[in-house]
Ligand binder design. Structure first.
Ligand SMILES: *Cc1c(COP(=O)(O)O)cnc(C)c1O
Length: 478
């Protein structure tokens, strides 16, 4: 009997080439498309909701249906006018690399199963270790699905190393600007609310050092066990980097684990300006970096780096009898011993192939360009009587709001106005530009990590914002 999934060689090629054509056309034409999609559950149900079919459908028919209905009903995170959250600029080489990894269905869990996959993970992690001035021989790491899983893996390791099995008195410190995935990870690990200390930030959105020191001292006096500080190297809101050297000093003095969440921002180490801002990052015990953000990789690839690889293996090794035949020698790493997953897709391949193909200089150039673009955007906004900067361009993120000098708006009106500008821009679908809240002010946030974004994309969007702002003020008769 032929497999029920059998296709002829010709059928497979014709189907595969069609998909490559669709992807390439999308790359070449995405700019003509609108980056934003809005659809309700009801609308989506009306297109897609069906029972699983018992009988076959023609392959092209299914593919065409997907091309017509699925692909256009998602935001385009690679679009040059996709400014919100942290966009995913991606790149074509890695896209194809992912197809190869999936095509061969390579299992990236154990050395014996796929030595080359494990080796490429080791090699590319070494590139990252070197980039961040971590020790290459002693240090180590693992690729994860994203930053959230990297943070969870880091905090699990931190707790294991610093607290062993008893973490009843353990306390962990992070700032009010730390990414929500850290809190999620801490909750997953079973810490109680009173074991999590959220420290306020200062006017620049950095860890307030004085408040942190006071809190640690008080917890020690009360007999608790401070064990970990989570710093941000590029907060999601403002791109702010915490005072890494000062935090590292405290961690050294108090014997705390130093975790740095650099999911989006750490990549800036490849630029001159970024490496200055990130000074001290090499002092972390563990560092989260998300290649699917500012290393231009397609989803999913996150990464955790640690100073000492044995911390990971001591935390995550379990030795069940069914895995005993694939235990190799120690230098032959089984990545299932370094993290939570056993079966893992081959994430290292896209990172490897894109860096080999384009060269690190291309990445340096792109990241430097992004940082400069945000600086230029800041200059333009500062010259206008209508805009004010709320948080200056930092690691390619900038926050600003429309607040014309001659209108004398109340705080509440400015908040409403900026919310309304963002809503109208998103409704127009021309740009993906949403707000955030900083020090109780509603502000518009732009994250400019896409190398395809030009200054004109930015100024066109700002012009559009101004048109909507004037429209709203007219409606308010202001
Ligand atoms: C995006 C982000 C995360 C979460 O990463 P995912 O890849 O979305 O899971 C964590 N921390 C920071 C600072 C981020 O920007």
């Amino acid at each position: 009997m032929k497999s029920p999934f059998y296709l002829t060689k010709e059928e497979m090629k014709s189907y595969g080439y069609k998909i490559v054509d669709i992807i390439v056309d999308h790359y070449k034409e995405e700019e003509k498309k609108k980056p934003v999609i809005k659809a309700s559950r009801k609308e989506m149900d009306s297109i897609f909701l069906t029972e699983a079919p018992d009988n076959a459908t023609d392959a092209d028919e299914v593919l065409n249906f997907v091309v017509d209905n699925v692909l256009p009903n998602s935001n385009i995170s690679t679009h040059p006018k996709s400014f919100s959250f942290v966009p995913g600029p991606s790149n074509f080489i890695s896209t194809m690399a992912d197809s190869l990894a999936t095509g061969f269905n390579i299992f990236s869990g154990g050395w014996i199963v796929s030595p080359a996959a494990a080796e490429l993970e080791i090699v590319t992690l070494n590139w990252l270790l070197k980039m961040f001035h971590f020790p290459v021989t002693k240090g180590g790491g693992i690729f994860t699905s994203g930053g959230s899983m990297a943070n969870l893996t880091a905090l699990t390791t931190a707790r294991r190393v610093k607290c062993g099995d008893d973490f009843s008195k353990a306390v962990i410190y992070l700032s009010d600007q730390a990414h929500s995935s850290n809190i999620k990870a801490i909750r997953v690990l079973g810490f109680k609310r009173e074991q999590i200390k959220i420290i306020p930030t200062d006017l620049e959105f950095k860890f307030s050092m004085n408040k942190l020191k006071n809190e640690i001292a008080r917890d020690q006096l009360e007999g608790k066990k401070p064990f970990c500080i989570i710093a941000s190297a590029g907060t999601t809101n403002t791109g702010t980097v915490d005072p890494l050297d000062d935090l590292a000093d405290i961690c050294e003095k108090e014997n705390l684990w130093f975790h740095i969440d650099g999911a989006y921002g750490a990549a800036a180490i490849l630029s001159k300006k970024g490496s200055r801002i990130l000074r001290g990052i090499e002092r972390a015990d563990s560092l989260t970096v998300d290649p699917h953000k500012w290393f231009f990789q397609p989803y999913e690839i996150g990464c955790l780096l640690v100073k000492d690889a044995s911390w990971l293996s001591n935390t995550f090794s379990e030795k069940p009898e069914y895995l005993r035949d694939i235990e190799g020698n120690e230098s032959e790493i089984n990545f299932y011993d370094y993290g939570i997953q056993l079966t893992r897709r081959f994430r290292a391949l896209k990172f490897y192939m894109s860096i080999k193909t384009y060269g690190l200089n291309a990445f340096k150039k792109a990241i430097t360009y992004n940082i400069d673009l945000a600086d230029k955007t800041e200059d333009i906004l500062r010259k206008s009587k209508n805009w004010e900067i709320v948080s200056p361009a930092t690691l390619a993120i900038i926050n600003f709001r429309y607040n014309p000098l001659n209108k004398d708006l109340t705080e509440e009106e400015v908040d409403k106005l900026n919310q309304e500008i963002s809503t109208r821009v998103v409704d127009s679908r021309e740009a993906f530009l949403v707000t955030t809240v900083l020090q109780s002010q509603v502000v518009i946030r732009m994250c400019l990590i896409n190398p395809k974004t030009t200054l004109k994309h930015v100024t066109d969007t700002l012009d559009q914002c101004e048109v909507f702002a004037k429209q709203v003020l007219l409606e308010w008769q202001k």
